[in-house]
Design a protein around this ligand. Structure first.
Ligand code: NAD
Length: 424
């Protein structure tokens, strides 16, 4: 796998910020405020395991900046979670919410664990205890978590219930990505992928490409990657490669991603997910090789630091849409930009998820719910407006779209920070 452990995601996030701040001529005082998270909570908590033993887990909740609104950002379960990863993801959430201009700040959470090794009861106890530990700093007007890698609507329901139990009444607005029956929003499940595809639809106009017949490779076959593959397939694109943690598959003639999902699901057991590897009629490729196969559109939809100086020169796609957060290092960005490859950056491309999370939160607070059609119209408006603003910024300053998006976002957050002033 192409992960370079030496690349620290928070260092990448700070370098991206520095680049945008320099272009904006941001004052040193403001840079020092925005360069670090406002709050970092580390929790160590015990969970009773199935054999009666107690295991202590470590979790984090980081709030980067809350000047434009309450914190917003997912919760990740993985053995690879680190404080610096969570800090980077929290900073990217601040820029993402500002890029699409929704009234949230940036936050993120994570627990160091292997969810595949836990049974349902252990996972529920871990989730409820983690929610309890971070409940001091979350809340519908403070910080509203959501799903991320290895968490989904089930975990969000447990967190909503835990927080509500502590307070004595239902508080759906404390978390988004919940099941519809307890205050979830229509369209949240596919929102990240919907947003990715909406951005691709805008971008193909500029790179003179037709989605129909375009060859697509996707790294990461989870919520973001699998649904994006399925949507693009329905629009006539040819899905030629996909991968997950266990392996990758490739077929130059394309395959049906929905059949791959079915194949993967049939091989899932308890919380241990199945794999795309071995799907009939495809050639086996490694998880990292999926990034380098011949294709027109590449969608990194797994984790950080996948496109690096090591492989950026080998990427064959003309368009990269970052469904994952932080998949590209700064050096890789420069190489791709020089090669004329368009990168739709994470803080724009995958912002559909947080945008529909915002819709979910608004509906929860109002106890008044919209239908799917209303969600889709509002999402498209926000995504296409943001795309146009980012593209205009990048064009005006002759920079790549990531720098353009970060400049747009940093300027908005800096302005909010300046208007509020420094307390006391
Ligand atoms: P997921 O858990 O549903 O799927 C993740 C996929 O990536 C799985 O197929 C997994 O096997 C694969 N994967 C995990 N670690 C990997 C590794 N080290 N190398 C290669 N593949 C790996 O998660 P998701 O919700 O689809 O999130 C994927 C990415 O999209 C993350 O970067 C996440 O932060 C980002 N994202 C997700 C959402 C959302 O709403 N789900 C929103 C915005 C951004």
């Amino acid at each position: 796998m192409a992960t370079e452990p030496r690349v620290n995601p928070f260092a990448v996030a700070q370098s991206q910020f520095d680049r945008a701040a320099a272009k904006l001529n941001l004052k040193p005082d403001m840079r020092s405020i925005l360069r670090e998270p406002k709050r970092e909570l580390i929790v160590h908590f015990p969970v009773e395991m199935r054999d009666g033993t107690i295991q202590t887990f470590t979790g984090y909740r980081v709030q980067h900046n809350l000047n434009r609104g309450p914190g917003k950002g997912g919760i990740r379960y993985s053995l690879d979670v680190t404080l610096d990863e969570v800090k980077a993801l929290a900073m990217w959430m601040t820029w993402k919410c500002a890029t699409v201009d929704i009234p949230f700040g940036g936050a993120k959470g994570g627990v160091i664990c292997d969810p595949g090794a836990l049974n349902n009861r252990e996972l529920e106890r871990l989730t409820r205890r983690y929610a309890t530990e971070i409940s001091a700093i979350i809340g519908p007007y403070i910080d509203i978590p959501a799903p991320d890698v290895n968490t989904g609507s089930r975990e969000m329901a447990w967190i909503m219930d835990t927080y509500s139990m502590h307070n004595g009444y239902p508080i759906p607005g404390v978390i988004t990505g919940k099941p519809i029956e307890i205050g979830g929003a229509e369209g949240r499940g596919s929102a990240t992928a919907d947003g990715v595809v909406m951005c691709i639809e805008k971008a193909v106009e500029h790179v003179q490409m037709d989605i129909k017949g375009a060859r697509v490779a996707v790294q990461g076959f989870g919520n973001a990657g699998q649904i994006a593959a399925s949507l693009l397939h329905k629009l006539g694109a040819q899905i030629v490669a996909v991968s997950d943690t266990h392996g990758g598959i490739y077929n130059a003639a394309g395959f049906d991603p929905d059949s791959v999902l079915h194949y993967k699901q049939e091989r899932s057991h308890d919380n241990r997910r199945g794999s795309v590897a071995g799907f009939p009629g495809t050639q086996e490729v490694s998880v990292s090789d999926v990034l380098e196969v011949p294709c027109d559109i590449l969608i990194p939809a797994a984790v950080e630091n996948q496109l690096t100086k090591r492989n950026a020169a080998n990427i064959q796609a003309k368009l990269i849409a970052e469904a994952a957060n932080g998949p590209t290092t700064l050096e890789a960005d420069d190489i791709l930009f020089k090669r004329g490859i368009t990168v739709i950056p994470d803080i724009l491309a995958n912002a559909g998820g947080v945008t529909v999370s915002y819709f979910e939160w608004v509906q929860d607070l109002q106890r008044f719910f919209w239908d799917l059609a209303e969600t889709e119209v509002r999402l498209r408006k926000i995504m296409t407006t943001a795309y146009d603003h980012v593209a205009a910024m990048a064009k005006e300053h002759h920079v790549d779209m990531r720098t353009g998006a970060t400049m747009l976002a940093v300027a908005r957050v800096a302005r909010a920070t300046e208007l509020r002033g420094v307390y006391p």
